[in-house]
Design a protein around this ligand. Structure first.
Ligand SMILES: [Zn+2]
Length: 830
């Protein structure tokens, strides 16, 4: 019943998104997500979780976005508007959730969800000014320079996100129209696009003294969204706007500051067609590259593809983690120097991995080359999927490749966080997952491509003949894929089957960064109707079967999936003398929960080649995944080593679903790199022991003597000690030295979070232990016990003080905890 409904519905849906007539386009036509029925036991439950958990819950969480729009609507109606918080991109998070919800309606129509959507759309319509402008903070005039919006509309395009938000609105509008045929949001989008065209390219008396602004969006997104608007409406204006925004980037406006105002941050350092390296904020970058691919394809201008080929090479050869993560460094949330790919400190924002998938899918359509789908798949199955827990309600914004169970990398939360004020990543997940079916099939003339394996079915027209395709497989959990080909009548066409890079023998993912330690591999096998077919030379990564097809033909492809060891280029410092293990398209990691605690203890001496692994399925409340057990070595507490110990590996995407402990992707091959306890004080610390009255579970007291401080007091990037769990209660910390020391100064780097749970102390003071007795620290006359942000607060003794330990007494502010990032003790010589 449901199946026939879906097929019928898919047939209707097709008519909403005709491929509009254009002189040029991608050579490959993808089969749209809404023409593919996804039955995969890997993907379908994720989509259902998304419909039942993530999206409803995301709608709850983006209610402030609706309230924000409602304020503008009320204002425009002449009503009194209560205070509403100015926020640059709060609307975009809502639009992204709406986009995700729209795709899910393809899975199954849902009147309740549509009613909700229609209500929100009505508010959006009322929040839009008559001329098409849509940005509540300027409509109600709460937007200011202080919150990076500029003092009036379009006065700070580089960071206001006025255009970025609209890009997400266009994408939501197109998706909702495609799945329901309802065009109210599409009309709002078109009205806004036409307004933007006037203001930016023609001149509108109300803005910028009537002169066209001609400045590219500070955060890319409208460009690719305008292309979608063009595809669905057929209106050339939108394609022209997208093209113009690309043409003026790095030409009409180049910021000349630092950090978020640097020329590279939003890729404005050069005209886009002259760019060769991936630089700046990684999400902005991948959205830009996706738009460049679209515009290059639709305008036939080769310079776009040439620039993208250079940039893609730069990314895959020098700046991509093995998980497909992009934007390795904190701070700019973007690309670092070439080969700077840290593991524990990797940033790898989820949104950048989502962007990597969008970018590479387009590169595949452009070049008909499987290697782009290989990158997209690795990014999707590893970095992107890791971003959400199996339950569908907790998220990683940051995706490191090593964790010690304490590291506060995720917006200050250890492990995945529930929804956060900056909700870009969860809402990006919400819109990507339902689009996955759209990556599975593509065609061109007499060529039919199967570009992504997952149990699913579709119907494609090849050379005038309708062909039904049905994939039967457990992929990506195993590599057996059966394909039933049902042409309406006998016909000759070429079936192109993607043979992933990892199945070809030499490396896991395209690019020069990683290769298999042992390149020999079990060959891929292919059969048609039970008869072996010689795979032969691949054509751009595809095995091609060129024959006359008839109803009932069955193709069987087997992609063996042993666990394999990977090494990285020596330029990647973090991975020197280390290997990572992969199985099929999955990067595998070890988690503390399966391996007796600390995963940093394990190592592989003698570099394993193809590791013998035992597979086992592990089922937890909200899903299941396949683990592999291999044999490794480990350091013991006494410094000795143990060989042949079992090491249980979990697919990287599934980590942190059972608890938050240590996790390792890159294992040492040199035993000296294995660490028994990564939380122990380093040998070079002035302290031999640190104890505290209380330490929060997610923090560690040894952090204050580990030699790692940060630039900021927020404490988000390095280990720290906090008294969370005991707000308002006085605390003490004792740091003991190996021998009696003569102290010159003590500096404390306090932690302070604007969210308010950990604040600077109300008061603090020091004591020193002399001959077994605690004595007050005699403070130098002009010193005081200070708590200044982003620095060490240093105090000196009035006279040289020989002691064996220091004790810090801390009185917190009312109802808050206190925290220390680092303590530095300077000694007198001799
Ligand atoms: Zn994000």
């Amino acid at each position: 019943m449901k199946l026939s409904f879906l097929i019928l519905y898919a047939a209707i849906a097709v008519s909403f998104h005709p491929r509009v007539g254009s002189a040029a386009d991608y050579p490959l036509i993808p089969v749209s997500y809404n023409d593919v029925e996804m039955t995969s036991s890997f993907w379908r439950p994720r989509m259902i979780t998304q419909r039942e958990t993530l999206v409803p819950w995301a709608f709850d969480r983006t209610e402030p976005g609706v309230a924000h729009l409602q304020a503008a609507a009320d204002f425009l109606e002449g009503k009194e508007v209560e205070d509403h918080r100015a926020h640059r991109f709060i609307d975009s998070d809502l639009y992204k959730v709406m986009e995700g919800a729209a795709y899910l309606l393809q899975l199954e129509r849902d009147p309740e969800l549509e009613t909700k959507m229609d209500k929100i759309i009505a508010v959006i319509g009322e929040a839009q000014e008559d001329n098409g402008y849509l940005y509540p903070s300027h409509t109600t005039r709460v937007g200011t320079e202080k919150n990076m919006m500029g003092n009036k509309p379009y006065s700070f395009v580089v960071h206001s996100h006025e255009l970025y938000n609209m890009g997400h609105l266009y994408e939501a509008a197109v998706a909702y129209y495609e799945t329901t045929g309802k065009d109210a949001l599409l009309k709002i989008a078109e009205k806004n696009a036409q307004h933007i065209n006037r203001v930016f390219f023609e001149g509108d008396p109300k803005y910028n003294d009537g002169k066209p602004i001609r400045q590219a969006p500070g955060h890319q997104e409208p460009e690719l969204a305008l292309v979608k608007l063009y595809r669905v409406t057929g209106k050339q204006l939108y394609l022209d706007m997208a093209r113009k925004f690309l043409e003026i980037r790095g030409v009409t406006y180049v910021p000349d500051g630092e950090g978020v105002m640097s020329p590279t941050y939003a890729q404005q350092h050069k005209p886009v067609i002259e760019q060769s390296e991936a630089v700046g904020h990684a999400v902005r970058a991948t959205y830009l590259y996706s738009a460049m691919a679209d515009i290059g394809a639709l305008t036939g201008k080769k310079e776009y593809a040439e620039a993208l080929d250079r940039i893609w090479g730069d990314i895959t050869n020098t700046r991509m983690h093995i998980t497909g993560g992009l934007g390795a460094v904190h701070g700019i949330e973007g690309f670092g120097p070439q080969y700077e790919l840290p593991n524990a400190h990797a940033f790898n924002e989820t949104c950048a991995a989502v962007g990597n998938v969008f970018f590479n899918h387009r590169m595949f359509l452009l070049h008909k080359d499987a290697r782009y789908m290989d990158v997209a798949e690795v990014a999707l199955l590893n970095n992107v999927l890791a971003a959400v827990n199996l339950e569908g309600n907790k998220f990683f914004y940051v995706n490191p490749l090593d964790a010690d169970g304490k590291f506060p990398f995720n917006h200050g939360t250890a492990g995945r966080a529930p929804w956060f004020g900056t909700a870009c990543c969860p809402s990006n997940m919400a819109r990507l997952i339902p689009q996955v079916p759209g990556m599975a099939y593509a065609h061109e003339d007499d060529d039919l491509y199967v570009s992504f394996y997952a149990e699913s079915s579709t119907e494609v027209e090849i050379g005038g003949t309708k062909v039904k395709l049905e994939q039967k497989t457990d992929y990506p959990n195993n590599g057996n894929i059966a394909l039933l080909v049902e042409p309406e009548k006998k016909g000759v066409f070429r079936l192109n089957l993607r043979i992933p890079t990892w199945a070809q023998g030499e490396q896991f993912v395209p690019g020069e960064l990683y290769d298999f330690v042992d390149p020999s591999s079990t060959p891929v096998s292919l059969e048609v109707n039970g008869e072996a077919v010689d795979v032969g030379e691949l054509e751009k990564g595809f095995a091609v079967i060129d024959r006359e097809w008839k109803a009932g033909d069955k193709v069987e492809l087997n992609l063996p999936m042993p666990v394999r060891a990977n090494r990285s280029r020596p330029e990647v410092e973090a991975n020197v003398d280390r290997i990572a293990l992969t199985r099929g398209p999955f990067v595998m990691c070890a988690e503390g929960i399966d391996n007796g605690g600390v995963t940093q203890r394990y190592f592989f001496e003698g570099k394993p080649k193809t590791a013998v692994a035992e597979l086992s399925k592990i089922a937890i409340e909200h899903g299941s995944f396949l683990q592999a057990t291999v044999s490794a070595s480990a350091v013991a507490e006494d410094g000795g080593t143990k060989d042949d110990v079992p090491l249980v590996l979990t697919p990287y995407y599934a980590w942190n679903n059972r608890d938050f402990g240590s996790m390792t992707v890159w294992f040492p091959t040199n035993p000296n790199l294995a660490i028994y306890d990564p939380l122990a004080l380093p040998k070079e610390s002035v302290f031999t022991e640190i104890t505290a009255s209380h330490t929060a579970e997610e923090d560690t007291v040894t952090a204050i003597g580990d030699g790692e401080a940060d630039k900021w007091s927020s404490g988000n990037k390095v280990l720290r000690w906090t008294s969370r769990g005991q707000p308002g209660q006085p605390q003490w910390i004792v740091g003991r030295f190996a021998e009696t020391k003569n102290i010159r100064s003590v500096g404390i780097f306090w932690m302070d979070r604007w969210q308010g749970d950990v604040r600077f102390p109300k008061e603090w003071s020091l004591e020193v232990e002399i001959n077994g007795e605690w004595k007050p620290f005699e403070l130098y006359t002009t010193d005081k016990y200070d708590a200044r942000a982003n620095q060490f607060n240093v105090v000196h003794p009035a006279a040289p003080t020989k002691c064996d330990a220091i004790r810090i007494h801390i009185t917190p502010q009312e109802e808050t905890a206190v925290g220390i990032i680092e303590v530095q003790v300077q000694m007198e010589q001799g």
